[in-house]
Ligand binder design. Structure first.
Ligand code: SAH
Ligand code: SF4
Ligand code: F3S
Length: 467
């Protein structure tokens, strides 16, 4: 394909390489695949060696201050690399994508002039055109929220690409958020909540399944609020979508993340009871166990509301594993209010959890609240919360000892002769077993519990070996 402008014929002849580094959430991991698929059409092949890259893309996260600031130190290092390559007569382009790009726009190039392109998450379909506009000395910035649907214009992956990415794939079904929790930048960086149409998602899932994908994780910042256009123009719920995806040949497991407690509707809970492909794991962030803090966070539910939701879900699917996000040290959080969070954790018993020190984000209401909590207090509360959820995770893992579970084997294990996979509840499992089992579900008897994974023995192959 012939391109115009600054790209010389010699450069066109050479296969160009792109290196993408993603930070933050799973949606960024998914977006990275979509970006590399678009760039493949421009002759870029992926590399894992940054020093070989003609184009470096940092796919950034803005969620906490630490995540954002990391980008600038990384950009400093990449600038050096760019200079070294320039001394050898090789051009390197630097692009900043993701949520920092959306939030800071042109400011990024003011802080780091070596950056050629800043592109927000809604504009990845425009990458080829934007890249062509770089190189004339001025930086290119695109952080508009376009009217067109980027998914209509993003190139699909080839079968070879899908196979190289493994058996489990992410699929964004909903993007953006209208909840405006007072601590959170996501409504500003990802924009208003938008659900993809059912047909578009099914096309993507069918393509993935045709190339061997057997597990899909449906992604959205508020995924259980999904209300995409169905085949007859009506709005489908996440439960309807999951039920339809379960009919795609080859799809053995369906997961979804992240959900909001206020959007756990009856049909989704019933799907956890009735749809065997829907895995018994639910990430349902609560953030705090204190009603006063929840109100200040604009979560629009109380701790009791959350516990009621958990009760409904457990009534439908008693073995469901639950996980959550917690923020400690939100402005004004007292010791007693923090203990309310610990009490809620004690009551629910989580399989796992993510926990963060509150980080004031520019432009969000909570950043301007009085009574910001000191770093020392945040650190101390975080350690106490961590100890509790670590203990709950260990308890949850130990329940598996001696049990026989279905494991979807996804990849070779750490040691030769081993294979690794996941239980329905997301435990990582390793067994000694044949590579041919990769891509299949088999039963394993759990014989040992490690810190991060379980060890098992294949039940069926054991039986075969015995006979
Ligand atoms: N869409 C998801 C979460 C997005 S961010 C949801 O609504 O649950 C992931 C987690 O980061 C949040 O659940 C929250 O616990 C944490 N987080 C977001 N903003 C934060 C901030 N300013 N400081 C600390 N943690 C934050
Ligand atoms: Fe952020 Fe709240 Fe929306 Fe989650 S629900 S993305 S925490 S604003
Ligand atoms: Fe981070 Fe944006 Fe995801 S801020 S958590 S990359 S939606």
């Amino acid at each position: 394909m012939q391109s115009q402008g600054d790209v010389s014929c010699a450069a066109d002849d050479r296969k160009r390489k792109v290196f993408v580094k993603s930070y933050g959430c799973q949606m960024n991991v998914y977006d990275a695949t979509r970006m590399t698929d678009v760039l493949a059409g421009e002759g870029y092949e992926e590399t894992t060696a940054i020093e070989d890259a003609d184009l470096v893309v940092l796919n950034t996260c803005h969620i906490r201050e630490h995540a954002s600031e990391k980008i600038y130190s990384e950009l400093g290092k990449i600038r050096q690399l760019k200079q070294e390559r320039a001394a050898r007569g090789v051009d390197t382009k630097i692009a900043v994508a993701g949520c920092v790009a959306q939030a800071e726009g042109g400011e990024i190039q003011r802080r780091q002039p070596a950056v050629d392109l800043v592109v927000g998450p809604q504009n990845y379909h425009r990458l080829p055109e934007l890249l062509r506009r770089t190189g004339n000395g001025a930086g290119v910035v695109d952080t508009e929220f376009p009217v067109e649907d980027k998914f209509d214009h993003l190139a699909p992956p080839t079968a070879e690409k899908i196979r190289s990415r493994g058996l489990s794939a992410f699929v964004t079904v909903q993007e953006g958020c209208d909840n405006f929790c007072t601590f959170c930048v996501v409504p500003y960086t990802r924009g208003a909540e938008v659900s993809r149409p059912v047909r578009q998602i099914l096309d993507e899932v069918e393509r993935l399944a045709a190339s061997g994908v057997c597990e899909v994780s449906l992604l959205g910042q508020n995924v259980n609020a999904y209300h995409g256009e169905g085949p007859k123009g009506d709005a489908w719920s996440l439960a309807q979508l999951a039920t339809r995806i379960a009919q795609v040949p080859g799809i053995a497991r369906i997961r979804y993340t992240t959900s909001h407690p206020n959007d756990m509707r009856d049909d989704l809970i019933e799907a956890h009871r009735d749809l065997p492909q829907l895995m018994p794991f639910l990430h349902l962030p609560v953030q705090s166990g204190s009603d006063r803090i929840l109100a200040l966070m604009n979560r629009k539910h109380t701790a009791a509301d959350y516990l009621r939701q958990i009760e409904r879900i457990r009534a439908a699917r008693p073995d469901i594993a639950l996980s959550s996000d917690f923020i400690v040290g939100f402005p004004g959080e007292t010791e007693e209010e923090f203990r309310d969070t610990l009490r809620l954790i004690e009551e629910v018993k989580f399989a796992s959890a993510f926990f963060f020190k509150y980080s004031p984000r520019p432009g969000t209401p909570a950043a301007g609240m009085d009574e910001q909590v000191s770093e020392e207090v945040k650190a101390e509360r975080l350690a106490r919360l961590k100890a509790l959820v670590d203990k709950q995770r260990d308890d949850f893992n130990h329940v598996m000892l001696g049990q026989t579970v279905e494991v979807l084997f996804e990849k070779p294990g750490r040691r030769p002769g081993q294979i690794g996979g996941k239980t329905p509840w997301l435990h990582a499992v390793h067994v000694d077993g044949p590579q041919e089992l990769i891509g299949q579900t088999a039963r394993a008897h759990i014989i040992e519990i490690g810190v991060n994974s379980l060890y098992g023995r294949l039940v069926d192959s054991q039986t075969e070996a015995d006979h």
